[in-house]
Design a protein around this ligand. Structure first.
Ligand SMILES: Cc1ncc(COP(=O)(O)O)c(C=O)c1O
Length: 393
């Protein structure tokens, strides 16, 4: 987005909330330990692996030892490493459609063949996966079962069970991306699939990008220890190791409970922003957008009213200083589902109201705008391709 644009972008946390003082103190302490300036363990700093294993046990029901944790530079590297270490070029991997393009590209770069599967209000269509796994020789499935990206639906309990059962029977690797587990506002977060994985088929991908900050590049893999050992070799020869001083500093924040307190504080802030965005959307855009309030995540998955072009609206919005994501960004086949994803993480409540005012302004202006660059925003005569978008909410 251009400088000054308000970022109504899904899933981006607010850098103004990062506990920089605590992080700086911990980083200074870590740097003063000169061993953090040398080569270290390719699996990640032992203190960080221990702290993550404890966090996974206490907060997410995963019985994992530090030997079952591999620290990576973000979930992004975790996926790239898992794709190379657990699968072979040419293998087929099922993915959610709509879904997370950076993950698809990481899988593609490892030579994997992607098989898109539809979603509905209960998450990934596990029956379709079961039907296609054998004939299409699918070896793995990548999914975001907790807060599905981008629609935020949660995989239903029945589908969780059938997915684990299918993976056990068909020996599918389940790549579970649980990128924002902490940001759940109603009831307790749903436990990861990995917490119920008795057969050792799930490889869990986590990230501290939402908990602390994306630029720290701290993500991790957790899973069966033999798989983690194999993946460590890939991580080693790809990037040797992570930033030991950053890893030690983050370990200290986890050990002292500072990171957990930060999550509690920011969860309250994000919950208030979630309400503020919903209120502003209802007040300003009731006729143009509909949405449901998901129990977690940092965004709303909105459906634009029939006759409105989500992409053209997003383009016009950017021109008046608010960045939003149109549904096409998340569609596997390049289709244009009639959706906008609107995130509330990055903006405070006043900024959210202003962003929605601009979004509404873009709608108003667009309906009378012209000129070569202007694509018609109202497309009343164009029927929606409902077949393609049935899966999205
Ligand atoms: C679906 C999904 N996976 C993973 C991540 C986190 O990526 P990383 O840890 O590489 O910053 C994000 C961040 O937005 C995401 O949306």
């Amino acid at each position: 987005p251009p400088p000054g644009a308000l970022q109504l972008l899904g899933g981006v946390p607010d850098p103004r909330l990062v506990p920089v003082a605590a992080l700086a103190r911990a980083y200074r302490r870590a740097l003063s330990r000169r061993e953090h300036l040398g080569y270290g363990d390719a699996r990640g700093h032992p203190r960080l692996r221990a702290a993550l294993a404890r966090m996974l046990g206490e907060a997410r029901g995963l019985a994992v030892r530090p030997e079952g944790v591999l620290v990576t530079r973000g979930a992004q590297m975790a996926l790239a490493v898992a794709a190379r270490g657990l699968l072979r070029p040419g293998d087929a991997v099922a993915v959610e459609d709509l879904g997370y393009r950076p993950a698809w590209e990481a899988l593609r770069l490892a030579g994997l063949r992607l098989v898109p599967l539809k979603l509905d209000a209960r998450g990934l269509d596990v029956e379709a996966l079961a039907a296609r796994a054998g004939p299409e020789r699918i070896r793995a499935v990548y999914l975001t079962p907790h807060h599905q990206y981008p629609t935020l639906v949660t995989l239903s309990p029945a589908r969780r069970l059938s997915l684990l059962d299918l993976a056990r029977r068909a020996r599918l690797v389940v790549l579970e991306d649980d990128y924002d587990n902490e940001f759940h506002y109603e009831g307790r977060p749903v436990q990861p699939l990995a917490s119920a994985d008795a057969a050792g088929v799930v490889v869990y991908v986590g990230s501290l990008s939402k908990v602390l900050a994306p630029a720290l590049r701290i993500g991790f893999l957790a899973g069966p220890e033999d798989a983690i050992a194999r993946l460590t070799a890939h991580r080693h020869y790809l990037d040797r190791q992570g930033d030991l001083a950053v890893e030690a500093a983050v370990a200290e924040l986890l050990e002292e409970g500072e990171a957990q307190r930060h999550v509690w504080r920011t969860r309250r802030i994000y919950a208030a922003r979630r309400e503020a965005l919903a209120d502003a959307l209802r007040a300003e855009l009731a006729g143009a957008l509909t949405f449901e309030q998901p129990p977690g995540g940092m965004a709303y998955w909105c459906r634009v009213a029939p006759g409105l072009d989500a992409e053209a609206w997003a383009d016009r919005a950017l021109a008046v200083g608010v960045a939003v994501q149109a549904g096409r960004l998340f569609a596997f086949d390049g289709g244009s589902p009639p959706n906008l994803r609107l995130g509330f993480g990055r903006l405070d409540e006043r900024e959210l109201r202003e962003a929605v005012r601009r979004l509404a302004g873009a709608l108003g202006r667009a309906s009378v705008a012209g000129g070569a660059a202007a694509r018609p925003l109202r497309t009343a005569a164009r029927p929606r391709r409902t077949g393609r978008t049935r899966s999205s909410r």
